[in-house]
Each structure stands twice: as structure tokens, then as C-alpha cells.
Design a protein around this ligand. Structure first.
Ligand SMILES: Cc1cc2nc3c(=O)[nH]c(=O)nc-3n(C[C@H](O)[C@H](O)[C@H](O)COP(=O)(O)O)c2cc1C
Length: 405
């Protein structure tokens, strides 16, 4: 049991008043639990998946990008046409697309979705992966390029007259006015945890994203990125996105049984390197986000109310991998702990991807939203966090250790 904070009625000053939910769109039924040897798009599955997100009340879906994945722009466009409300977030690596072309593609997506496009800029966490598509810049230069890229995206969307540019990475003459977004500039998000990611994100991004970290660490990082934004003279601070892989069941005890069964299967999948890109999972990761996840996993398995790091440890923290384990109430309360520290975009994606998306929509999202509605209506915290203590309570750690292999 970790020392329990007081969950009195006072809403913390750092709490976000609202939260929006993100998922990640899967293109076929392959999961880390049950890898299916295909790289392809299963259209029926994909349709069902994105419609489940929309019906479940998710607000956004991330379309990830890698050198061997489907193209995130094309998939985002399909999401836009298969749904009415959910916002596609295109993961975009600047090295793959000239900034004015990126701006044009995003503005096209934004018009096709009547204002729903979001872009998540990936500067690249692995030199080897970047080299696969001809990008040989070291990481600090890649972030400098991302910074110039952001300026050019915004100018391409808003400049009313043609303009020329000669910067460190890009040069062009007499461009524009560019194809404009639906009605307002498209939100720009930054993924990455290195010092360079903080600098670019703090100075310029609309959204700054994290993988799931212990609460105190996350809060320190939120203050850091907001401090950089304030020092840059910004009055609108970057929104905070935090990502988890929840494992839920009817009770905390059942969720822990599931978690132990899952981690054995995930470890088996990664051990055999049968799932995904084997090369990406070898050796120490170069991206700071994965390094941080592994160091949390080394320090402890369980943090705060429900954060579990074994799933990161067995996957070399390749991608978002930290879990929240418990009943829907415990996991919703854990999400609220992060909302209390300033997160206002929460990404949850399970290991049993489609079934979990449906379950989160039914059982987790409404609890979080209900609590925030209660806070708005009364100015006071509700009882969910006090009544579902998870690891702050008596039995939870026993369940957590009971099923350990
Ligand atoms: C929420 C989130 C989503 C991400 N999505 C992708 C992705 O789709 N493709 C990718 O190559 N990297 C992705 N990343 C990884 C990092 O953005 C990438 O490793 C970063 O550019 C460099 O990492 P560093 O600054 O932490 O060292 C994502 C990171 C976060 C936090």
C-alpha cells in the first residue's frame, strides 16, 4: 500500500475541468495477446473498430505511423468518412512530407471532416528507423526541423498572400495562399520526452503528450512543459495528453487475474518477436519516453492507485505500454488522479483491443465524465476516488501479488 492522499471534497487547483478521450485505431484483429501474422487492413474489422470508438464516446483516435505501417493520412481520411464525430489524429514524421504538402494534406482532411483533423508530430525516436526512410539527421536536429515545420504548417494555413521562406531545413519561393483548414488552425501535438521535445512542445505545440507515468513524475513534467510555454510568452498553455493501456474486469481481483494472464502472453509474443517489428524491440531504446518507462519499471511494479509497469518491462517499453489495472471504478478513479494533475486528454487502449474499446466506452468513460459533471455542478469532488482506493486500500496489493508467476 502506498501512502493514501486525502480524497476530500476539495478539487485540486491543478485539476482540469474537462477531459476528452483518445484511442488508437487498429486495422486488423492482431494484438499483442493473439498475434495474427498479417500486416494487412481487415476492412470489416477496421470499420467495426472505429464505429465502436464513436459509439463508445471517444473523442479522438490516433493513427500511428512507422516505416512499415499503413499510411496514417490515408487511414485518417477513411476514419473521417466512417464516422461523424470522432477526430482523427494523424501521426506525421516531418521527414516524410514537405511541410507545405503536409499542411495541404491536413487542410484537406480537415475540410473532408468538417474541422476534425489533428496532427501529432513525431520527430523520430530511433536513428535506425529514421534511416529506413532516408532520414540521417541526429535527434536534436530532427526536433529543430520539427520546430521549423510547425511554423510553416501554421503559415501555410493562415497567410493570406503568397510568401517565400529560407530557413535551416526548408526553402521555397512564392507559395500560397495555401489550401485552408475548415474554419480554424488544426491542433498540433508533440510526442516525445527528450529535452528537445519539451523545448519545441513548450514553445509551440497545442498539445503535449506522455505515456503513463507515476503521478508525481507526470505532474513535474506538466509543470516543466508549462514553464517553458510561459517563459516563451504564451498565455494559452499546451493541453496535456497522457496514455495508458488499462486492464479492467468486474472487480479489482478479477482484473489482476487477467493482468497476470495477459502479461505472460504479451511476454511470450515479444519473446518470440512474432508481433510487430522485431528490430525495433532490440537493445536499449533511444527515445527518452521508452527509457523513462523502463526506469519506472525497474524502480517498482506498482505505483499510486493502479499504475502497473510489468507490461512495459516485458515489451522493452516499445510504444505506450504502462497499464492501469482494476475494476472500471478503480481505473476511472486512477484516470481522475491524472486529471487532478492537469491531464485533459486521456488516451486509453487495451491489450484486447476491440473488446476493450467497447468495455471502456460502456464502463469507464461514463464514470469519469459523471465525476467531472458532478464537480462542475457542485464545485466539489464526488466520492469515486475515495470509494475505490485501489492500491491505497487494503486488498489490492494482495490481488496484485497473488497471481504473480
Ligand atoms: C502519445 C504518443 C504517440 C506516439 N506515436 C508515435 C507514432 O505513431 N510513431 C512513432 O514513430 N513514434 C511515436 N511516438 C514516439 C515519440 O514521439 C518518438 O519516439 C519521439 O519522436 C522521440 O522521442 P524522445 O523525444 O522521447 O526521445 C509517440 C509518442 C507518444 C507520447
Amino acid at each position: 500500500m502506498t501512502s493514501a492522499p486525502a480524497f476530500d471534497q476539495q478539487i485540486p487547483a491543478s485539476a482540469s475541468p474537462e477531459v476528452e478521450f483518445i484511442s488508437l485505431s487498429h486495422l486488423n484483429p492482431s494484438t499483442e495477446l493473439d498475434p495474427v501474422p498479417t500486416r494487412g487492413i481487415d476492412l470489416e474489422y477496421f470499420r467495426t473498430y472505429v464505429r465502436s470508438l464513436e459509439e463508445g464516446g471517444f473523442d479522438y483516435t490516433l493513427l500511428p505511423y512507422g516505416s512499415t505501417t499503413a499510411d496514417s493520412f490515408v487511414v485518417a481520411s477513411a476514419v473521417g468518412q466512417l464516422t461523424e464525430r470522432i477526430k482523427p489524429i494523424v501521426a506525421l514524421r516531418p521527414n516524410t512530407t514537405f511541410p507545405l504538402v503536409g499542411a495541404q494534406k491536413l487542410a484537406t482532411l480537415d475540410q473532408l471532416t468538417e474541422g476534425r483533423a489533428v496532427v501529432h508530430l513525431i520527430s523520430g525516436g530511433s536513428d535506425a528507423e529514421q534511416a529506413r526512410q532516408g532520414d540521417y539527421l541526429p535527434k536534436d536536429r530532427r526536433y529543430a526541423r520539427t520546430s521549423e515545420y510547425i511554423d510553416l504548417l501554421r503559415r501555410a494555413w493562415t497567410e493570406p498572400a503568397p510568401f517565400s521562406h529560407e530557413g535551416e531545413f526548408y526553402k521555397f519561393d512564392d507559395f500560397g495562399p495555401g489550401f485552408a483548414p475548415h474554419d480554424k488552425p488544426i491542433p498540433i501535438s508533440i510526442g516525445g520526452q527528450s529535452d528537445e521535445a519539451f523545448r519545441v512542445g513548450g514553445e509551440k505545440a497545442d498539445i503535449f503528450s506522455f505515456w503513463g507515468e507515476p503521478l508525481d513524475d507526470l505532474r513535474a513534467e506538466v509543470e516543466r512543459v508549462h514553464g517553458i510555454a510561459r517563459a516563451a510568452g504564451r498565455t494559452t498553455l499546451p493541453r496535456i495528453w497522457v496514455t495508458f493501456r488499462p486492464i479492467i474486469a468486474k472487480t479489482d481481483e478479477l482484473a489482476w487475474r487477467k493482468a497476470h494472464e495477459y502479461v505472460a502472453r504479451i511476454a511470450d509474443t515479444f519473446g518470440k518477436a512474432a508481433h510487430g517489428d522485431r528490430r525495433a524491440r532490440q537493445g536499449a531504446p533511444q527515445n527518452v519516453g521508452s527509457q523513462r518507462a523502463l526506469s519506472f519499471a525497474e524502480r517498482a511494479e506498482l505505483y499510486d492507485r493502479a499504475l502497473w509497469t510489468r507490461t512495459a518491462a516485458v515489451t522493452n517499453a516499445a510504444g505506450a505500454s504502462t497499464a492501469l489495472v482494476g475494476s472500471p471504478e478503480t481505473v476511472a478513479a486512477a484516470i481522475l488522479d491524472y486529471v487532478d494533475r492537469g491531464a485533459d486528454l486521456v488516451s486509453i487502449r487495451g491489450y484486447d483491443t476491440l473488446a476493450d474499446a467497447v468495455d471502456y466506452g460502456r464502463y469507464v468513460l461514463p464514470l469519469v465524465r459523471q465525476e467531472l459533471a458532478h464537480r462542475r455542478a457542485t464545485g466539489r469532488r464526488g466520492t469515486l476516488q475515495a470509494e475505490h482506493p485501489g492500491n491505497y486500500g487494503e486488498d489490492y496489493r494482495r490481488f496484485a501479488t497473488a497471481g504473480r508467476a
